[in-house]
Design a protein around this ligand. Structure first.
Ligand SMILES: Cc1ncc(COP(=O)(O)O)c(C=O)c1O
Length: 367
């Protein structure tokens, strides 16, 4: 008898495998490639977070605080919201799967714009749900088509700014969508990359609205602007009632002692985030210009720390370009797994000037 016989969801046998990050390990042959595929702070983690991490090794024999109380309080203070409207998890990824577990039963529909981050769909499919996309056409949030989807969809995911396009949506537009969805669907806004937007939180974030709104969930990660992807820590802000439910389904101790201590120190080092942000602002226009003029590529406008780039050469696919760069120990994101993008787009994280120059040199050589 096969394992399929015991599965709660028969669809788990057939639903397509999702592409998770972490490709950098897959491609390391002794030496890790220079990673332009993960959109993290160009400076890496804060030295203060690393110091706290080393200090925390003294406590690894202890179980972590299951509610990450100190970290929740520190996050609450940062955003000026109450600690009971925050839950800390093992990255946004854990939160996505918990939300699917809480809200999606087999056959339920969820929706998002396309192209966008693939893990929303993967989480929904893992609970036997269905996923439909609304095509992103230009820079505007497609409020009416998303509202129409919510007649049937239970969860609507918006990534702001959006991965992989770098498109940022205005707070007012998200609030309009939120009111359209009221009573029908929950709006999940993933603000992983919000620290890298030009106008910042005030123009784009809904995090301070979340505690009051029963149909809004806002997600934040320590993986990106804090550069702590390997530690696995992130949080959500939502109505306290949803936080309570989430704490009930969340596996206990999923945030380690090390992750909590490093995240606490990272939060205190906002200057480190600002430094990373300044590098992105300086390097982005330079990279955009040189990708177009020297490499004959077409980078799209972006309000994030990465660029979606179209390959102009018809005879070169994104997968082939990725392989050519890997031979030069550089890893980029082949975007062919994103809905609606086809085989001619790549995504490049914006790094420090010297690393960006290495990428440009390699691109000039291979193109
Ligand atoms: C839009 C978006 N959300 C969430 C994640 C994952 O975040 P975390 O590392 O906190 O699980 C990623 C990682 O690539 C991402 O691009």
């Amino acid at each position: 008898m096969s394992i399929n016989h015991f599965l709660a969801l028969p669809s788990l046998v057939t639903c397509s495998p999702c592409i998770h990050g972490g490709d950098v390990w897959l491609h390391s042959r002794g030496q890790l490639p220079i990673d332009f595929s993960s959109n993290t702070n160009p400076l890496g983690p804060s030295p203060k977070a690393l110091k706290a991490l080393r200090r925390a090794t003294r406590y690894v024999h202890l179980y972590p605080d299951p509610k990450a109380t100190k970290l929740r309080e520190s996050i609450a203070q940062l955003h000026d919201i109450s600690a009971n409207s925050i839950a800390v998890c093992a990255g946004i990824t854990e939160i996505l799967y918990l939300l699917a577990k809480i809200f999606i039963k087999p056959g339920d529909l969820a929706s998002s714009i396309a192209p966008t981050y693939g893990e929303y769909e993967a989480a929904v499919l893992s609970e036997g749900g269905r996923f439909e996309y609304v095509l992103l056409n230009g820079f505007e949030l497609p409020i009416a088509p998303l509202a129409e989807k919510s007649e049937k969809a239970k969860l609507i995911f918006i990534c702001n700014p959006n991965n992989p396009t770098g498109t940022s949506f205005k707070r007012e537009d998200l609030l309009k969508l939120l009111f359209e969805l009221e009573g029908r669907a929950i709006l999940v806004v993933d603000e992983s990359y919000i620290d890298f937007t030009r106008l910042g939180e005030r123009a784009h974030s809904l995090i301070r609205d979340a505690p009051e709104m029963p149909n809004l969930v806002v997600l934040r990660s320590f993986s990106k602007s804090h550069g702590l992807a390997g530690l696995r820590v992130g949080y959500l802000a939502a109505h306290p009632q949803l936080i309570e439910i989430l704490e009930r389904v969340k596996p206990p101790w999923s945030v380690s002692v090390l992750a909590e201590q490093a995240a606490l120190a990272a939060l205190e080092d906002q200057e480190h985030v600002q430094q990373g942000r300044r590098i992105v602002f300086k390097e982005k226009p330079r990279l955009q210009k040189l990708l177009a003029s020297k490499c004959r590529l077409h980078p799209y406008p972006s309000d994030a720390n990465f660029l979606l780039v179209k390959i102009r050469r018809k005879d070169l696919s994104s997968a082939a370009l990725k392989q050519l760069l890997l031979q030069r120990n550089i890893l980029i994101r082949d975007c062919s797994s994103f809905q609606s993008l086809g085989a001619s787009h790549i995504r490049i994280a914006i790094k420090t000037r010297s690393l960006n120059n290495m990428l440009l040199k390699a691109l000039v050589e291979v193109l």
